[in-house]
Design a protein around this ligand. Structure first.
Ligand code: GLA
Length: 390
């Protein structure tokens, strides 16, 4: 863990991006944009069922420095990879040699598809959002790119529209059928708040984070190999459940209705539906607990969410289970659960400040003993969404 403050870390990234921009393009960047990663406190796999989620943007960022070009091309340099890729805004195609650049390409494609007139640009990108850990480094790249296009092309795109266009880039250009949660909270996140997002109406309410406890993210370092195929399979299982129950989405099913109609569903479909239906209720209960300052209740809901993702939705795996169990066993841990799509990636933990040192010593130790893997721990803060850096 680094002793640098969050502001130092973002400042370092901004400096690195501007420096690399000058070196690559021999001129000054016109704009610098920061887009945070995200963690979801509760409400997992509910977004594509038109339900509720409660994510926060976190102080790990993708930073882009950019300046307009007059020839309608986009040049992207990925500092951390030491690679570059270029494309023509009139003919955007997939780059198989530089797959990382398909996020920038997809965003340009989606913005233009929505009728926005884009200016070409030179850009560099760097990041301290860990890649492949389920903290949404790719959504952060999308949002940083979209905002850079807005600035160089002098567009004003509303935050929800921006999130939807970035989701479209990911769904239809990159080819990952994600829901709206990640792009939404990275677009509209607020400092010291989580967002209660209604993924049907696309409205949100900013919920103040609990004062006091630390927000701790534990990276299992297990990379999420199965995630794409299993993610799409879970989506299909949910769609099947909604169809069998005669509703547009599982959002429309209450725990009581599901209990009453359980015998109409295949056993696996029933388990998937039970996770979604109970998880939606847990999100609303978690918001009530946060607003009432009832941290024990919030913690119970987080732990129950993990158990439901483990037993009913079956997206945890031995590493995420070991990490959650390592935390559950400690005094001062309010709650712990897997966060994001699952199959590896991270847990999210709320930890009393007095217990933080013990947590930072014991959890990695217990996790290492259980799995043989070396975890990484990030103590985070909730920050604002994508923005221009002065
Ligand atoms: C990934 C997706 C999100 C959401 C989560 C699970 O992060 O990108 O849309 O479905 O998984 O909650």
């Amino acid at each position: 863990m680094s002793s640098r403050t969050p502001a130092d870390r973002l400042g370092d990234l901004v400096e690195a991006a501007r420096h690399a921009f000058r070196r690559s393009y021999l001129r000054e960047p016109a704009h610098t944009v920061a887009a945070p990663g995200r963690v979801n406190l509760i409400g997992e796999h509910t977004d594509y069922n038109e339900g509720y989620v409660l994510p926060a943007a976190i102080d790990r960022h993708v930073v882009v420095a950019a300046a307009p070009r007059t020839d309608g091309t986009v040049h992207v340099t990925a500092i951390d990879l030491g690679e570059s890729s270029s494309f023509d805004l009139q003919a955007i195609n997939v780059d198989t040699a530089h797959p990382w650049s398909n996020y920038q390409r997809g965003v340009a494609w989606a913005l233009q598809g929505a009728g926005h007139i884009l200016t070409g640009m030179d850009m560099v990108v760097t990041s301290d959002v860990p890649i492949g850990s389920g903290l949404s480094s790719s959504a952060a790249i999308e949002l940083a790119t979209a905002h850079a296009f807005e600035l160089v092309s002098r567009l004003e795109i509303d935050g929800v529209q921006r999130a939807l266009l970035c989701q479209q880039a990911e769904n239809d250009f990159v080819g990952m059928r994600c829901g709206i949660m990640d792009q939404y909270v990275i677009s509209l996140g607020q400092e010291h708040h989580a967002l209660l997002i209604d993924c049907r109406s696309l409205e949100y309410r900013a919920i103040p984070m609990a004062q006091g406890p630390a927000l701790v993210i534990c990276d299992t370092k297990k990379r999420r190999g199965l995630v794409d195929s299993e993610y799409n399979r879970r989506r299909q299982e949910c769609e099947r459940g909604a169809e069998a129950l005669g509703v547009r989405a599982l959002r429309d099913v209450t725990p009581e209705t599901l209990d009453a109609r359980a015998s109409e569903l295949e056993p696996v479909t029933l388990k998937r539906c039970r996770h979604i239906v109970t998880e939606n209720q847990r999100v609303l209960d978690a918001v009530a607990a946060l607003e009432a300052g009832d941290l024990p209740a919030l913690g119970e809901l987080m732990n129950a969410s993990h158990v439901s993702l483990r037993d009913d939705y079956e997206v945890t795996g031995p590493e995420l289970d070991a990490m959650a169990e390592a935390a559950w066993g400690l005094d001062g841990v309010i709650g712990a659960r897997m966060t994001g799509a699952g199959f590896g990636g991270c847990t999210v933990n709320l930890v009393e400040q007095e217990a933080l040192d013990t947590f930072l010593a014991r959890v990695p130790e217990a996790y290492r003993a259980a799995t043989g893997l070396d975890p990484e721990i990030y103590v985070c803060r909730a920050v604002r969404g994508v923005h221009r850096v002065k």
